[in-house]
Design a protein around this ligand. Sequence first.
Ligand SMILES: Cc1cc2nc3c(=O)[nH]c(=O)nc-3n(C[C@H](O)[C@H](O)[C@H](O)COP(=O)(O)OP(=O)(O)OC[C@H]3O[C@@H](n4cnc5c(N)ncnc54)[C@H](O)[C@@H]3O)c2cc1C
Length: 381
Amino acid sequence: MANAIVVGAGVIGLATAWELSRRGWSVTICDPAPASQATRAAAGMLAPAAEVVWGQDALYPLMRDSAERYPEFVARIEARTGRPTGYLRNETLVVGLDSADRQTLDELAAQQTRFGMRAERINALQARRLEPALGRGVVGGVHLREDHQIDPRTLTSTLLEHLGERVRRARVVSLLEEGGTTVGVVLADGSRLRAEQIVLATGLAALPETAHLPLRPVYGDVARLRLADPARPLVDRTVRALVRGRPCYVVPRADGSLVLGATSREDARSGVSAEGIHQLLEDGRRVVPGILEADLEETMARARPGTPDDLPVVGRLDAGAVVSTGYFRHGILLAPLAAAVAADLVEGRGIDHDIQQAVDPGRFAGAPAATHHRSPRGSHA
Ligand SMILES: Cc1cc2nc3c(=O)[nH]c(=O)nc-3n(C[C@H](O)[C@H](O)[C@H](O)COP(=O)(O)OP(=O)(O)OC[C@H]3O[C@@H](n4cnc5c(N)ncnc54)[C@H](O)[C@@H]3O)c2cc1C
C-alpha cells in the first residue's frame, strides 16, 4: 500500500488525510496539537455567496466548487465513522444597520447574483419575519438560502477519532531529502519518518522548506455564548451584519450555543483583544440584542493564514512533497476541494487548469512578502 505523511492536523491536513486514506493510502499525520489553531476558532460558515467580494473573481469558483462538494464530503464521513460532523443546512441572512451598510449589501447582492447565487434582497420587515430576534436598527438585508454551516470542532474531532493511532502528536522540524526529492520528515525528538509522499498543511507555521511562501497572520477574535434554554434558539439562521461598515456574525449551533465573531487584525498580537471582544458584543447586540442574555463561555483569538491575493497555496514542491496552505478566511469551506486537489497531486493526477493556476505556489516567485494587504470591505469570516 502506498504511504503518505500529512504534516499538520488542522481542517486542511485532516480532510486531506481522510481523502488519501479513503483512496487506499496508508497515512500518518504529524501534529503536536491537532486542530488547535485557526480551525479551532473558526465559525464554520460555508458561505460561498456571503463571502463574495469585489476583486476576488478567482476565489469565487473555488468557494462554489467546494460548497457543492460539502454534502457528499460529510455524508461519506458520517457513513464511515458513524459520528456527526456538525453540518447544518440552515440559511444565512446578511443585514445592515444604516443606509450606507444597506447600500453596500445591495451592491454585494448584485455581485452575488452576477456570480449565479440566489441572493434575495429583503426589507427590514421581511428580515424580522424571518428572524424576530433582530434588533430594531436593522434596515434590511439579503437572504442567502445556500450559505450553510459546519461546526469545525465536531468535524475535526470525528476525523481525529477515525484516524486514531495514525495521528502522531509530534512536531516536524524539517523534511528529509535525498537527491533533491523529499522522502520523509524529521520530528522534534530527532526521529525520522519516511514516506512516498509528504503533504505540508501547517497553516501559518512555516517549515524551512516553505519559509519562502508569503503567508501572514490575520488575527480574529471570536466569542462563544450559551443560552440558558438551548431549546429556544435566538435565531434559526446564521445572521451576518455590517454595523457601520464593520462585519460581525452570530452563528447558531445545533446544541443551542452561538458563535459571535469576528474581528480582523494585523497587529501581530496573538492574545484575545479586549477591545475586539468589546466591539463584537457591542455590534452583536445591535444586530441580535438577546445575545446579552447568554453566558459568555469562551473567548479566543487565532490567526488566519493569509496570502497576498487571498487565494490558497496548493502545489508540488518537488517529486515527494505537496504544500496546501494559505486558506485565509475560507479554510473550512474550502476543505473538501483542498483535500481532493492535494490527493490528486499526491497521486500524480492532473487537476483542473483554472484551479491549478489560481492556487499555484509559483505565482509569488519574485514578489515581496505581503505585509500591508488591506482586507476587502464586506468580508466577514
Ligand atoms: C476567527 C476565525 C473565524 C473563521 N471563520 C471561518 C468560517 O466561518 N468559515 C471558513 O471557511 N473559514 C473560517 N476561518 C478560516 C479557517 O479557520 C482557516 O482557513 C482554516 O482553519 C485553516 O486550516 P489549516 O488546517 O490550513 O490551518 P490550521 O487550522 O492553523 O492548522 C495547522 C496545523 O498545523 C500544525 N502544525 C504547524 N506547524 C507544524 C509542524 N512543524 N509540525 C506538525 N504540525 C504543525 C498546527 O499545530 C495546526 O494544528 C476562520 C478563522 C478564524 C481565525
